[in-house]
Ligand binder design. Structure first.
Ligand SMILES: Cc1cc2nc3c(=O)[nH]c(=O)nc-3n(C[C@H](O)[C@H](O)[C@H](O)COP(=O)(O)OP(=O)(O)OC[C@H]3O[C@@H](n4cnc5c(N)ncnc54)[C@H](O)[C@@H]3O)c2cc1C
Length: 492
């Protein structure tokens, strides 16, 4: 286990001798850094079993001496913001370097659940209570806009990433939770938010017949998407490199950043220094390694996910919706079916939450989470009608590290203490319906100097000194990661 001590004390001995997959050998580059960095031997998720040809790519043998923009992290956030900059005609002269500590898309994005599911009534009521209805609505509409935006870019760029447009079904198996969920749902309907027209709630006997989950007491559905995130991001990487504007350097962690007296910043990496006019921090769970002021705001937290398949030669019972399932004891799992009949499912946070050392402030995605690692054996047989004799079994299981945010919202915008450094991080287990358009708006701030308030970003996403201080001075029990945060039973 790699628990994270005070970040300033963290000594992460980098010895990225290999890419994490066989046959991807990098030169040994022993380097000692005090920066919080990913471990070098992560578990291998199903999504990355066939490694993309650019996974270990370095555009040039040496890192560039200078780039207009340096992006830290080649996950969904880093790659999306680069894509939006490169797509803008007026930015054709800008040079961009993406520094990535491991292989491209090897972080949370390359190991998530593939669920593109905006929030309708889970987190939103909490934001309404904490701020106002408008603040909640802004977030819901922003997230929902991702479904069409992602569909459009996949069609425009002709990306093969198993994207489906589907219905997501929320399931509650506990009577009391089902009642609470209905209450939250009704309150949202009563607000007359137009987007709620797409959602429908079923209680009582009909629920089990509609969702297929044994013992379901209530269920609700609305439009969502499923995707192979690694394929999506790696296709974008291919487009970025073809543009000639982007230099990708994998296995090249940024280890410190300091202002250059002549202007801009000197970025130190494991392979030397480079100059940047502007820096974008898209390293999510690891962001406090370079920006220690975020240590209490964005905390690395582990999650677990797996692929379940039926024996070769047999056909899996059809599931053609994605799911959020809650058992009678409130254990939550997100689940997507794949066109090959297999299932991607993960979650089970309730099982490991009491054992903080297994997941909280923990960056070790090389090992499973002990208290949850066996939970998904026989999950389909236990959970779904018709799967009892399917022979479905866990085919692969992995962990990933997310950047959990103290107040549940991402941090987007200008880093308060640096004029030309930007942050796009802290997406919890929920980045898929947030990052693409947040990156688009951040790109405008970076390239056009736009103020946060003139973008389409929800106001609660803005990174501010006030948010930084609140987490820094607050008890972790009062934040959303360890505390309940006042979320209703609908929270994921
Ligand atoms: C198991 C699991 C399941 C999930 N399921 C879902 C889901 O179904 N739906 C959903 O919406 N969200 C889900 N999430 C969350 C989602 O994956 C994240 O919100 C999203 O991928 C974050 O993207 P990112 O680019 O910010 O972070 P990442 O993908 O983690 O990218 C950050 C990158 O920065 C690199 N890096 C770190 N430090 C440095 C440094 N100093 N120098 C250079 N590079 C550095 C890392 O190696 C990494 O590649 C899940 C996450 C996990 C772990």
């Amino acid at each position: 286990m790699v628990a994270v001590p005070l970040l300033s004390e963290t000594v992460n001995r980098l010895n990225l001798v290999k890419g994490h997959l066989q046959g991807h050998v990098q030169e040994p580059e022993p380097h000692v850094s005090t920066c919080l960095l990913p471990v070098s031997n992560p578990t291998v998720p199903f999504w990355q079993k066939d490694v993309h040809k650019l996974h270990d790519h370095r555009s040039t043998e040496q890192i560039p001496k200078h780039s207009d923009i340096v992006i830290i992290g080649a996950g969904y956030a880093g790659v999306s913001v680069a894509y939006h900059i490169v797509s803008e005609k007026s930015c054709a002269d800008l040079s961009i370097t993406i520094l990535e500590a491991r292989g491209a898309c090897s972080g949370a994005t390359g190991r998530n659940g593939g669920h593109l599911r905006p929030d309708f009534y889970g987190y939103i009521p909490t934001y309404i209570n904490r701020v106002d209805a408008e603040a909640g609505l802004e977030i819901a509409e922003f997230e929902i806009a991702h479904i069409n935006a992602i569909k459009k870019v996949i069609e425009k760029e002709n990306i093969d990433c198993d994207f489906t447009l589907t219905r997501t079904i929320d399931v509650w198996c506990d009577e009391e939770s089902a009642k609470q969920a209905k209450k939250a749902y009704d309150q949202m309907v009563a607000r007359k938010f137009e987007y709620m027209d797409d959602a429908i709630f079923y209680s009582g006997k009909a629920a089990e017949g509609i969702c297929g989950v044994k013992g379901a007491k209530a269920c609700a559905s609305y439009t969502a998407g499923t995707i192979w995130p690694y394929k999506f991001i790696m296709a974008l990487v291919e487009i970025l490199l073809a543009s000639g504007q982007v230099n990708l350097q994998t296995y090249t962690p940024a280890t410190s950043i300091r202002p250059d007296p002549r202007g801009g910043y000197i970025v130190t990496t494991s392979r030397g220094e480079m100059h940047a006019n502007k820096v974008i921090h898209a390293s999510n769970a690891y962001v406090s390694g370079l920006l220690p002021e975020y240590a209490h705001n964005i905390v690395p937290c582990k999650g677990i996910c797996c692929r379940i398949a039926v024996p070769e030669g047999s056909t899996a019972p059809l599931l053609n919706n994605s799911y959020i399932n809650r058992t009678t004891d409130g254990t939550l799992s997100y689940l997507i079916p794949r066109t090959d009949g297999s299932i991607i499912v993960g979650g089970a946070a309730k099982l490991f939450k009491p054992f903080q050392e297994q997941w909280y402030n923990n960056i070790d995605d090389s090992i499973l989470i002990d208290s949850a690692k066996d939970y998904y054996e026989n999950y389909m047989q236990r959970t779904y009608n018709g799967w009892e004799n399917s022979g479905a079994a866990v085919e692969s299981i992995w962990t990933g590290v997310m950047g959990y945010s103290y107040d549940s919202n991402p941090h987007v915008g200008v880093v308060p203490r640096w004029k030309e450094q930007f942050i796009l991080a802290g997406f919890n287990g929920h980045g898929m319906p947030v990052i693409w358009l947040a990156a688009k708006e951040l790109a405008l701030m970076v390239t056009q100097g736009r103020e946060f308030e003139t973008t389409r970003l929800p106001r609660l996403y803005k990174t501010t000194q006030e948010r930084i201080e609140k987490a820094r001075n607050g008890r972790k029990e009062d934040g959303d990661i360890i505390g309940t945060g006042g979320f209703s039973v609908t929270k994921q």
